[in-house]
Design a protein around this ligand. Structure first.
Ligand code: FAD
Ligand code: FES
Length: 318
């Protein structure tokens, strides 16, 4: 995959084409870019992100604000917020970018009121995304909760540009309500069965797990991955694992891949003030040259995607 993205990062003006609610707290925002911005975003690499200015978006009506967000809803939005891409399509010089998002605080709350025809300022694409190492035959995508977004984009990229690589998605969440996908999820099969429509339409099989067993198999997505690897003894050299989700999940995926000597890339999340390497607010502790010493790298500039072997997830992971 071309690691070079467009050097021009905006700010660009995006037009909102749609903003659909797909779950209790999940939405899918579709932004439309034209001209130079369309060119920049058509080349965005899965795992890269954009900084959205949500300061001018309106708050929802008081009765539409979830009880637990009423206090924080009044906070001013001083900083842009980072979001990765779930899907990118280009047609007739116009690039459409889907963002899958979860309502967590004042900015994402305001994001829900964006409607068709609204404009927002976007900086991006930023950071380093996933790369496709040479000679891989199997790609395993491990999504925890909202980590699904960039892996859906990666699935789209792999099915379009690397149809020779067999791709399998593993999606996990605490409970069925925390799976950021559309359609009826409670009847999802525990087997490879094209169970998630978003992956199935790309010809990609998926496995689902929830901590409480309300969809798919019961347990962590990392347990699902381990038992799948146990059953399907793949050639480790031919396989690559990509993961995005909560940090404890990423640490476990890194451990599993290192034990089995499988290449693995993880997408890290940090609070980001600038998103372009200036404020130093997004440090990720990394191992220095495979030694026991560590150095700090910037999630926004050196990441958000890192080689799993590089990230220091804690003492147990050295
Ligand atoms: C590279 C990158 C890509 C992202 N992609 C997506 C995406 O595709 N979809 C999506 O829904 N969210 C994504 N996020 C997270 C998103 O940026 C935050 O949820 C958003 O900024 C929250 O803003 P807020 O004002 O609504 O809530 P805030 O009040 O800012 O945050 C709500 C809660 O979430 C925690 N939080 C917020 N941002 C982060 C973070 N970056 N790391 C760890 N904890 C955090 C806060 O500590 C707080 O507890 C991404 C973050 C990064 C760094
Ligand atoms: S967010 Fe400012 S340096 Fe990374």
């Amino acid at each position: 995959m071309n690691k070079l993205s467009n050097p021009k990062k905006g700010p660009y003006l995006a037009s909102v084409s749609a903003n659909r609610r797909i779950g209790t707290r999940f939405y899918r925002l579709n932004l439309s870019f034209q001209h130079q911005a369309a060119e920049a975003f058509t080349n965005a690499i899965p795992g890269q992100f954009a900084q959205l200015d949500l300061s001018k978006a309106a708050l929802p009506a008081l009765d539409a604000i979830p009880q637990d967000l009423i206090d924080c809803s009044q906070r001013k939005i001083l900083l842009r917020r980072p979001f990765s891409f779930a899907e990118i399509n280009t047609e007739n010089g116009q690039t459409s970018v889907d963002i899958l998002y979860c309502v967590l605080g004042p900015a994402t709350l305001r994001m829900t009121t964006l409607k068709q025809g609204d404009s927002i300022s976007v900086i991006g694409p930023l950071g380093n995304g996933f790369s496709i190492p040479e000679n891989k035959k199997t790609a395993l995508l491990i999504a925890g909760g909202m980590g699904a977004g960039p892996l859906l984009h990666l699935a789209q990229f792999l099915s379009t540009n690397h149809p020779d690589i067999e791709t399998i998605a593993f999606a996990g969440a605490k409970t069925v309500k925390d799976l950021p996908f559309e359609k009826s999820l409670d009847k999802i099969s525990q087997t490879l069965d094209f169970s998630l429509a978003e992956f199935a339409r790309l010809g990609i099989n998926s496995l689902v797990s929830t901590d409480d067993g309300s969809a798919g198999s019961k347990g962590f997505v990392t347990e699902c991955l381990s038992s799948w690897l146990e059953k399907n003894r793949l050639s480790t050299n031919d396989t690559v694992i990509y993961a995005c989700g909560p940090e404890p999940m990423l640490a476990k995926v890194a451990e599993i891949s290192q034990q089995r000597n499988i290449d693995c890339q993880v997408s890290m999340e940090r609070m980001m003030a600038c998103g372009i390497g200036l404020c130093q607010s997004c440090a990720v502790e990394c191992k220095k040259d495979n030694s026991n010493e560590t150095v700090y790298k910037l999630c926004c500039k050196d990441g958000p995607v890192f080689d799993a072997k590089e990230v220091f997830f804690g003492k147990n992971n050295l």
